[in-house]
Design a protein around this ligand. Structure first.
Ligand code: PBG
Length: 324
């Protein structure tokens, strides 16, 4: 397997993300991208986070850059009419996600680390993260499709492909596809330890990605699972060539994060997910009280070993000076 440690060193922004000791440089702000122009829709239970068309997104990123955001995570939201059983729309290189990456890279070059979510669930009509046949998730054909789509992410210029599907073996196939296409500087951030959590609700509303039938429990991990399975998933993805290993969600799994961070030789990321964000946002409208909560939460991730923290709080934390 081709492991390329130089991927994490390829740009100043990647090195700052991974090695600057300040909390602010570890933060990654998520964005939801829709088709159209002038779209800036609010999201239920996620105050401060919108679904935006590329023109609006670019203004938001401009303002976010001014307050110090240097790492962005992009999620495509697909209109219902473009969904099909195989997420075929993701194979079109004019898709809004790829346009957004190109626009950000054109405007900011390597001053911003761009991460793009790679999954099928936002683009399949059944809403699952893998192909479905006879009511069963088809692991290997899904992985082949993910590897094909990964190439379009890489060609758009993304820094890290963030694979969030939880199919077995996908990091290996994505890495091989990147190698074959000579995409030697594109990184893979693997959602390696991802639980079938009750905390993804607001995200699924935002991304319109709930499964039409059934749930994700045959591919995402059982929330009751112990450390062995977490360490197995993390070490498999490390061996398959992931450049960053993620644990998700964050707060209910801080203990898992610590174990994973201690056991792998790769940077560790944590995803402070939508339901965790909603909990805080709905708990108080007092900015100072919320600031103290956010500081405490972000510090807990850092203490548990996270090098990278994906959080919807990134913007308010930097904008209000809650972190330095
Ligand atoms: C897509 C994906 C999900 C999240 C990130 N990527 C939802 C899911 O697995 O159902 C959740 C993020 C959040 O809740 O903030 N597979």
């Amino acid at each position: 397997m081709n492991i390329r440690p130089r991927i994490n060193r390829a740009t100043v922004a990647r090195r700052n993300l991974l090695h600057d000791s300040s909390l602010s440089s570890s933060l990654v702000q998520p964005y939801f991208i829709v088709e159209g122009q002038g779209v800036n829709d609010s999201i239920e239970n996620m105050p401060g986070i919108q679904r935006q068309s590329i023109d609006v997104l670019m203004n938001t990123i401009h303002d976010d850059f001014a307050i110090g955001i240097r790492n962005v995570m992009l999620f495509p939201v697909m209109p219902a009419g473009m969904k099909d059983p195989h997420a075929t729309a993701c194979l079109d290189d004019t898709m809004h996600l790829y346009q957004a990456v190109r626009a950000i890279k054109e405007a900011y070059g390597d001053q911003i680390v761009v991460m793009t979510d790679l999954c099928l669930c936002t683009s399949t009509d059944h809403g699952h993260c893998g192909f479905v046949e006879h009511n069963e998730i088809q692991n290997d054909s899904s992985v082949e499709q993910l590897a094909r789509i990964a190439l379009l992410h890489a060609k758009s210029g993304t820094d890290y492909i963030a694979c969030s599907d939880m199919m077995d073996g996908r990091v290996k196939h994505i890495r091989q596809a990147l190698e074959r296409a000579h995409q030697h500087t594109t990184g893979i951030m693997s959602y390696a330890v991802k639980y079938a959590s009750a905390f993804y609700g607001p995200f699924r509303g935002a991304a319109d990605s709930s499964p039409e039938t059934g749930d994700r429990r045959t591919y995402q991990m059982d929330p009751r699972a112990g450390y062995k399975e977490a360490l197995l998933e993390a070490s498999l993805d490390e061996a398959e060539g992931a450049d960053i290993i993620m644990v998700k969600p964050g707060l209910p799994y801080l203990d898992v994060l610590r174990r994973v961070a201690d056991s792998i030789n790769r940077p560790t990321a944590v995803y402070n997910v939508s339901g965790e964000y909603s909990m805080v946002m709905n708990s108080t409208s007092d900015g100072a009280a919320r600031g103290a909560m956010v500081q405490e939460i972000l510090a807990s991730f850092q203490r548990a070993g996270a090098d990278i923290i994906v959080s919807y709080h990134a913007r308010e934390a930097l904008g209000n000076g809650w972190v330095v």
